[in-house]
Design a binder for this molecule. Sequence first.
Ligand code: ADP
Length: 319
Amino acid sequence: MKRIAVLTSGGDSPGMNAAIRAVTRTAIYRGLDVIGFRRGYEGLLDGDGIPLTKSSVGGIILRGGTILRTARSERFRRPEGVNEAYARLKEYDIDALVVIGGDGSFRGAWRLHEIGFPVAGIPGTIDNDIAGTDYTIGFDTACNTALEAVQKLRDTASSHDRLFIVEVMGRSAGFLALEVGVASGAEYVLVPEVPFKIEDLCEKLRYARQRGKTHSMIILAEGVMSAGELASQLKDTGGYEARITVLGHIQRGGAPSSFDAVLASRMGAAAVNSLIEGQRGFMVGYVNGKIVTPPMSTAWEEKRPLNAEMMELVDCLSI
Ligand code: ADP
């Protein structure tokens, strides 16, 4: 193996730059050349590759976003697109590709693997919705960003005796909402994995008021419904007036936490070392504190369960 490529794809997440740096520096350390493709698979199809050097990845470990930028690519979804990407990689004389992204990006990489191109996946998403790893790069940082916002909202919620709904990201998963809910001491956490009835929520709110609770915080995962929709259901069903805050893309930005910077560094190095050792079609995971390299298909063939004990904890600790 002489030359590898790296790209970031799908939604960005804090720590992607630390992963790019780790892939690049490990490869160079081990005697390989590195090409970075800009704008994910779209840039790969366009041949938008740039050499990455020791110094070109200097000073980025704690920088948010991704210096390679990221994109979604419709062209790459088609079989002709995958074949074209294969041809482009060959043109650049590339022996293996490291893809940093979510499960969609992994599915794309797997298509290259199926036609014989060596690939490795590094899970980078704030949603933490990828099986095969306890943590994805960016999740910890996003939790901390959301937590800081919730803490500020709680100050004003408690001063005005208000009911607040905070909508957090997570796509169709509730990991971010649950983590933020427990860490912030929220009264209620609504996640797509656990169905809820609006009548039950209204009942709980009524009971909480009876017990003397003057303000409440609901952490809502975007995969359940929008904060606006929940607010109108609460008004229609129970007559509650809720203030809403949608945290949005702020959760994707910022410098990675030390956890994410270290995770990204370990995963980036492991991706390259495992490719050199001859592994193919794998993802890098972090399970029980150890780096593992299961098949990339683990990401979509298995489902990460939501921690039921943590859901109970929300109820128990918000009495
Ligand atoms: P994420 O990686 O964050 O889950 P997406 O689901 O948007 O983000 O996927 C990123 C890109 O990966 C898509 O724009 C597309 O180019 C590629 N991709 C996703 N799913 C597939 C698939 N089933 N086959 C081929 N390419 C795919």
